[in-house]
Design a protein around this ligand. Sequence first.
Ligand code: SF4
Length: 329
Amino acid sequence: MKTFAFRHAASVDDALAAGAAPGAKYLAGGTNLLDLMKGGVEEPDSLVDLRRLGLTTIAPTAGGGVFIDAGVTNSAIANHPLIRTRYPVLSHAILSGATTQLRNMATAGGNLLQRTRCPYFMQTTFTSCNKRDPGSGCAARHGFHREHAIFGASDHCVAIHPSDMAVALAILDATVHVQSPQGRRSIPLDGFFALPGSTPDVDNVLLPGELILGIELPPSDFADHSWYLKVRDRHSYAFALVSVAAGLHVTDGVITAAALALGAVAATPWRLHAAEQSLIGRPPGEEAFHGAAAVAMDGAQPLTQNAFKVDLGRHSVVRALTLAAGVRA
Ligand code: SF4
């Protein structure tokens, strides 16, 4: 492993100053970054440890939502009473990911910044990966791509984002609060991640040295009817083949609000706006859910090994909506 400098940041300003140095990386739980460093995928000149900043609170906001500090662990988010009661889909999504030990270390900010698990990206013995080494090619396109993207990919990269948490955040219309030496700004989650295009090495819209302070959740209509469905090769400690976050608001037997997003199908959580609209004004049930699933996969462009994700996604949408509504399948 390449030698690097290490320092504890004492304050946000201290972190931003250190994070502005060329080759600096922020460190929180380290559950992804340290693995990538050990494999030579990431080679920072310095690590700026954020764990003494005190960004570890989950608190209600004046607007009726909740603010999650970037340094809160995944376990703390999933088990917090405010999250479990107001945003159970977020708790459910987080608990479906990784292991207890990893969730005890991984943080909210780090979860958003985790990098793809494409094997060609993770192992430097593979020489063609535009995300790791821009311009080197994409080994996955003509190699192993069973787990790769069916939406939003490009000739340069077909990787997916691995987060479960981010898929739930997508249907909750979360906002990411960030800070740089130029000041604070907030980024809607649906604009936070970047599709690969011709620059797959860029995962998100953060500026160099910009620091995630936290994630804001607005009030949600979906506390009573939501679900996170994760389909994977084995029941635990595996990334999704397809996942679905579903939220419904039902008034007098009719769906009055709906939100749906797919995970593990694109480099971003993939929101299904047309499918959501198809549900509005309909009673929750098989007919409405199959109608939503029929349009959910419009525009999918599978590769030779992952065409199964189209059917799997369609069936998973029906299943997630059924479980969210609490109606019999
Ligand atoms: Fe690299 Fe993306 Fe191709 Fe995987 S899919 S090899 S991450 S460029």
